[in-house]
Ligand binder design. Structure first.
Ligand code: PDD
Length: 287
């Protein structure tokens, strides 16, 4: 349960944590965010998340609400004040509150910064990973700058809802060429029959995942074969293994794509190995 939320310089009780009705995050989705994993009370990959936040802000010309140190401090305060051992930190920055106008407000309008920390049940995520998840493919329906982590998430919500209706847990977006861009809230990977790991190269059509970047470090350390290239839905269905990466679930095995089982329909051995080694390479920052 989240008890305390940071809002623009104050740590407030959950029920009193609010932003103005004319906040541009509310009216225009004019905002960016980060979700970071919390493990054993520590933030995972803080630096990479804050660097990506700064990039998202710069791409949208939203002034940074605070420096990297202060943002890290606020995230750790939220973890401590909510006594989170395992869970996530959610941090959002909007362009601030101003009378509704498509044009950006003047420099006198300060960005809004909110942050909350929430516990999850690690046993539940482990059970999901042990069974593996199903994904449903659907045509890409988002905008042309998916590399920016904006809160404009309605296409992702619709895609996840459609996935859920068909018994799947995640949606994979597919571009006009039949290649997978990424999951609705994760990056997509496959392991070919020859044993190579394949994931789409970074570009405007997908989020530069922090978990993806850290996994690339692990692959380099373990000398595993990597191909950063687009892959099609057909290739994924024929792959030996598949998985997703995200801060909230790290490496999550995918065992079914639409109606097709991946490999033998069980989480792949390489996927499970990467899942269990992930935190050996991820950066940990304590309180
Ligand atoms: N989602 N792609 C999309 C579209 C995402 O929303 C996410 C993260 C990722 C994975 O990025 P990372 O490894 O940095 O978490 C890829 C978060 C967890 C969310 O919205 O809840």
């Amino acid at each position: 349960m989240t008890r305390i939320v940071y809002v623009n310089g104050r740590y407030l009780p959950y029920g009193q944590a609010a932003v103005h009705v004319e906040d541009r995050g509310f009216q225009f989705a004019d905002a960016v965010y980060e979700v970071c994993e919390v493990k054993n009370g520590s933030l995972i990959d803080e630096k990479r998340h804050i660097t990506r936040l700064q990039r998202s802000l710069a791409e949208l010309m939203i002034p940074a609400p605070a420096g990297a140190w202060t943002i890290g401090h606020i995230m750790r305060q939220c973890i401590a004040r909510n006594r989170v051992r395992n869970g996530v930190v959610y941090l959002q920055v909007t362009r601030g509150e101003a009378a509704r106008d498509f044009s950006f407000p003047g420099a006198d309008v300060a960005p809004t910064l909110v942050c909350l920390a929430r516990s999850n049940n690690p046993g539940k995520t482990e059970a999901l990973a042990a069974a593996g998840i199903a994904v449903k493919t659907m045509p890409e329906s988002r905008w042309a700058r998916c590399d920016i982590k904006t809160v404009m998430l309605l296409p992702a919500c619709l895609a996840k809802e459609a996935a859920k209706a068909s018994g799947a847990r995640e949606a994979w977006f597919v571009d006009a060429d039949g290649n997978v861009t990424e999951g609705a809230s994760s990056n997509a990977w496959i392991v070919t029959k020859a044993g190579a790991l394949v994931t789409r190269p970074l570009g405007p059509e997908l989020l530069p995942g922090v978990t993806r970047a850290t996994l690339l470090d692990l692959l380099a350390r373990e000398n595993l074969s990597l191909q950063e290239r687009p892959f099609s839905v057909a290739e994924a269905k024929d792959a030996r293994e598949a998985f997703n990466t995200s801060a909230s679930a790290t490496v999550m095995p995918v065992v079914m794509i639409d109606e097709t089982s991946v490999g033998d329909g069980k989480p792949g051995p390489l996927t499970l190995r990467l899942r269990s080694s992930f935190h050996q390479v991820a950066a940990v920052s304590g309180r």
